[in-house]
Design a protein around this ligand. Structure first.
Ligand code: ATP
Ligand code: MG
Length: 289
C-alpha cells in the first residue's frame, strides 16, 4: 500500500503525454515498482482538477486483469495530481508498433480479445473510456495488454466534440481515434451513451495494427484536426486491405460502422469469429520486439 508520494523514489521518465509526465518509481519500503503519472494543472484548469479528483476515486475501485490498476491518487507539488499505477514494463502498443510496424492477425486477435474484455468490465461499471488509442494500451512482459488512462485523460483534455478548443486543439492525436458521433454537436449533449465510441476507437487501433500506420487518412495527408474530422465523419467505409482475412475485415467493419446505433456492441464482438480464434494472452506481441 502506498501511503504518500514521499514513499516513492523516481527512477526514470517513461514518457510524456497530454498534460503530464509518467515516471517509473520504486516504493521505498516494499521495493515494488510502479508508474507515476503526474498531471499539471494551471489556474485555468483548477476547476477540472476537482473533477479529476472525483474521477480518481472511481479509478481506485476498478479491479480487472484487463485494466491497468490504480494504486493511489496523491496531491503533488503546486496543484499537480499524481496517479500511482501498475507498471507495464513492455511499454505501450504505440511503442511496439513503432518497432514492429504491423502485427500478424493472430496477435491482433489476441489484443482485440483482451481490450474487449477490459471494455466489457469498464462498461459494466458504467465507465466510458473515451480515449482508446495505441498509447493507452499498455503491455507487460507476459505479453498481456491492458487498458490505461480512462477517465483521467478525458477530464484533463476536456470532453469537447467540436473544433472549438479542448483536446483536439492541443493534441491532434486525441481526435484521430474519436468516433463520428463525438464530432456531431447533436450527439454531444449526452444523448448518445458513449459506449459505442469506445468500440469505434478499438476498430481504428486494430486496423492500424494491420495496415502499419494510422488508417483513416492516406499516407501523405497532414493529420490536422479538419482533415481527421472530415475523414472520420464524411469518409467512405474503412479501406481494409486485401491482405486481411474475411473474418478480420468483417470484424473491423462492425467496429467502424458510422452510425453508432448500428455499430457492434462489445458483447457481440466478443463472440465474433475473429476474436473467438484469438489467444487469450497476446503471446506473440513481444516476438522480435
Ligand atoms: P494521453 O495523455 O492522452 O494519455 P499518452 O498516452 O501518449 O497520451 P501518457 O498517458 O502520459 O501519454 O503516457 C506517456 C507514455 O508513458 C506512454 O506512451 C507509455 O509509453 C508510458 N506509460 C504510461 N503509463 C505507463 C505505465 N503504467 N507503465 C509503463 N509505461 C507507461
Ligand atoms: Mg496515456
Amino acid at each position: 500500500l502506498i501511503e504518500s508520494l514521499s514513499d516513492l523514489d523516481k527512477l526514470a521518465v517513461l514518457g510524456h503525454g497530454n498534460g503530464g509526465t509518467v515516471y517509473k518509481v520504486r516504493h521505498r519500503n516494499s521495493s515494488a515498482v510502479f508508474a507515476l503519472k503526474v498531471l499539471c494543472f494551471d489556474c485555468d484548469t483548477i476547476a477540472i482538477r476537482h473533477q479529476a479528483t472525483r474521477e480518481a476515486e472511481i479509478l481506485k475501485r476498478v479491479n480487472s486483469p484487463h485494466v491497468v490498476r490504480c494504486h493511489g491518487v496523491f496531491d503533488g507539488q503546486s496543484g499537480d495530481l499524481c496517479f500511482a499505477t501498475e507498471y507495464m514494463d513492455a511499454g505501450s502498443l504505440h511503442d511496439l508498433l513503432r518497432i514492429r510496424r504491423i502485427l500478424p492477425e493472430r496477435v491482433i486477435a489476441g489484443v482485440a480479445r483482451r481490450v474487449l474484455e477490459g471494455l466489457k468490465y469498464l462498461h459494466g461499471m458504467r465507465i466510458v473510456h473515451r480515449d482508446l488509442k495505441p498509447s493507452n494500451l499498455l503491455v507487460n512482459g507476459l505479453g498481456e495488454v491492458k487498458i490505461a488512462d480512462f477517465g483521467v485523460s478525458r477530464v484533463v483534455a476536456g470532453d469537447t466534440c467540436g473544433g472549438g478548443g479542448g483536446c483536439c486543439d492541443s493534441y491532434v492525436g486525441t481526435c484521430a481515434y474519436m468516433s463520428p458521433e463525438r464530432f456531431d454537436p447533436d450527439t454531444c449533449g449526452g444523448r448518445y451513451d458513449g459506449f459505442a465510441g469506445d468500440v469505434w476507437s478499438l476498430g481504428v487501433v486494430l486496423l492500424e495494427c494491420h495496415v502499419g500506420r494510422y488508417p483513416l487518412i492516406s499516407a501523405g495527408q497532414r493529420a490536422d484536426w479538419a482533415t481527421l474530422m472530415c475523414a472520420i465523419c464524411f469518409g467512405g467505409p474503412p479501406e481494409v486491405p486485401e491482405t486481411a482475412s474475411e473474418e478480420f475485415e468483417s470484424f473491423i467493419r462492425r467496429c467502424l460502422e458510422k452510425d453508432w446505433r448500428r455499430r457492434a456492441t462489445v458483447q457481440e464482438l466478443l463472440s465474433h469469429p475473429f476474436v473467438a480464434r484469438g489467444h487469450s494472452s497476446a503471446q506473440g506481441l513481444l516476438d522480435n520486439a
